[in-house]
Ligand binder design. Structure first.
Ligand code: NG6
Ligand code: CA
Length: 497
């Protein structure tokens, strides 16, 4: 009897261990969600109960960063473990761009594949498709997500405000009608579809003046870029959350018995904010707020699915955002006029596009019920570290220099800061954080992006802030501490090389 008990014990210990080593991993990445947009991060004008639950059951990070304050570079870093500013062509991509993630070489999903996982991406891609700008949208488009390490992909190519406004499943546009082929052009108008510029009366949501979201109209929304054909394949903006959630939950269900990695890349609250009918007007903050409620709901539905399938204790969820918040990013959608005292940037300065903190410091929580103890972590963490950290978890040696192993921090066992962290603004200006100090290199770029009303963090003078005393970056200490400036300047130069 005794030996049966100990054998059973050993078996359970083994089961527990192997479960711990190979948890399912779901990485949920919001688009343009700010540090102050989540109630567990201090938002009071909006409530995000599902994100708050996730935060309460895991590690809530207060000092986690995207590498960059815009989408393409930030996602490039997550995928490759390489700082995007090392490689040209990694700025915000048009919807017809070629793939910028190298198909040779390590990627985050490939780490999981090495470890025996089935991998999928569902949602926004924005890292280019195919090997050239000129491509036939009506055939198989390669290389793309499937060639960079995802066994399955269900995506849209760029952003919700850029054509082509279609879903792609693996290599093909979904619901394409061969009698109505798609053509895409970012230089000149193609086909006869109305544009926002020529037919503003057809818009159900107005484009903001001077932003230029006035090319082809799809579902009453002017987009960036021109497309013709593919009418059956064009998405309805309001269906987006249901479609992505359904695809994500189906993937989870189909792979519940073996380890899986799911990159669930939500489009909310990026423009155009066109929430599902059931969320419209629910936040009192306009469509941007409604889109945040919708995002929070989707996260809750994923958590419910895990519980329903009985795999919640064996699933690690990371939630974060690709860059900071913006109000008017191209459409008159109430984000500015119905802000109602909400502060998407929280206590931080700047926003999307900025080298100030609100550009890259984003909400991040990591949950793994039963394994990760609930805590709040002030550790300095970069999303670029996911690659080395998961490599460490699986005992895989990964070769990137920029991605650091932060596994213990990610799991809440340590609060040791990353030794330094680089932040990239939209004008390619760089900042470095080390300990309490932040240095922003001098730059000739404009100080404010007037269109979106955000301070970009650029100044012709060096900027130095002490983030522990002055999280809001109000007082430039560069003149007071010239040696600190020199030290961080030098460190930044070293990393740049
Ligand atoms: C900008 C767009 C903005 C948004 C952004 C990409 C203009 C004036 N603005 O160029 O609307 O689409 O690109 O956002 O075109 S991101 O989160 O994907 O980086
Ligand atoms: Ca973004």
């Amino acid at each position: 009897m005794k030996s049966v008990i100990s054998l059973t014990l050993i078996f359970f210990v083994f089961l527990k261990l192997s479960a711990q080593q190979k948890p399912n991993v779901i990485f949920i990445l919001a688009d343009d969600l700010g540090y102050g947009d989540v109630s567990s991060y201090g938002a009071t004008k909006i409530s995000t109960p599902n994100l708050d639950n996730l935060a309460a059951q895991g590690v809530r990070f207060t000092n986690a960063h995207a590498t960059s304050s815009t989408c393409t570079p930030s996602r490039y870093a997550i995928m490759t473990g390489e700082y995007p500013w090392r490689k040209s062509g990694t700025r915000i991509l048009p919807g017809d761009a070629a793939l910028i993630v190298p198909t040779e070489g390590p990627t985050l999903p490939k780490i999981f594949k090495h470890a025996g996982y089935t991998t999928a991406v569902v949602g926004k891609w924005h890292l280019g498709l195919g090997d050239a700008v000129a491509k036939n949208w009506n055939g198989a488009i390669k290389p793309g997500p499937n060639e960079t390490g995802f066994d399955y992909s269900f995506i849209f190519p760029a952003t919700a405000d850029r054509v082509p406004t279609v879903f792609m499943e693996n290599h093909h546009v979904v619901a394409l009608d061969s009698d109505d082929p798609i053509e895409v052009n970012y230089q000149k108008k193609v086909g006869n579809d109305p544009t926002g510029l020529e037919n503003p009366e057809l818009l159900k949501m107005k484009s903001s003046p001077n932003h230029g979201h006035n090319n082809t109209i799809v579902n009453g929304v002017g987009r960036i870029g021109y497309m013709s054909g593919g009418h059956r394949a064009r998405w309805t903006d309001e269906e987006m959350p249901m479609t992505f959630l359904y695809k994500a939950n189906s993937f989870i269900e189909d792979h519940k018995d073996k380890p899986f990695f799911l990159f669930y890349a939500l489009t909310e609250p990026h423009v155009p904010r066109m929430p599902s009918t059931m969320f419209k007007d629910q936040s009192g903050l306009g469509y941007r707020g409604d889109a945040i409620l919708q995002l929070d709901w989707a996260v809750g539905e994923i958590m419910k699915q895990l519980t329903y399938l009985g795999i919640e204790d064996n699933t690690l969820i990371i939630f974060s955002s690709d860059n900071g918040p913006v109000l008017d990013d191209g459409y008159v959608d109430g984000a500015v006029t119905q802000l109602n005292g909400h502060t998407p940037w929280g206590p931080l300065r700047g926003g999307k596009y900025s080298t100030y903190e609100a550009g890259t410091r984003v909400p991040m929580m990591v949950s793994w019920p039963g394994t990760i103890k609930p805590s709040v972590s002030d550790a300095l963490f970069s999303q670029i570290d996911l690659m080395a950290s998961f490599s460490k978890m699986f005992g895989i040696v990964s070769e990137t220099t920029d991605s650091h192993d932060m596994l213990e921090v990610m799991l809440g066992n340590s609060t040791q800061d990353r030794d330094y962290l680089i932040e990239q603004g939209s004008s390619d200006n760089l900042a470095i954080i080390q300990g309490d100090w932040k240095y922003i290199a001098p730059s000739k770029g404009r100080e404010i992006n007037e269109l979106v009303n955000i301070e970009l963090g650029n100044s012709i003078k060096p900027q130095l802030f002490n983030l522990s005393d002055d999280l809001g970056e109000t007082t430039n200490l560069a003149e007071k501490y010239p040696n600190k400036v020199k030290e961080l300047q030098k460190k930044l130069e070293e990393v740049r090389k």
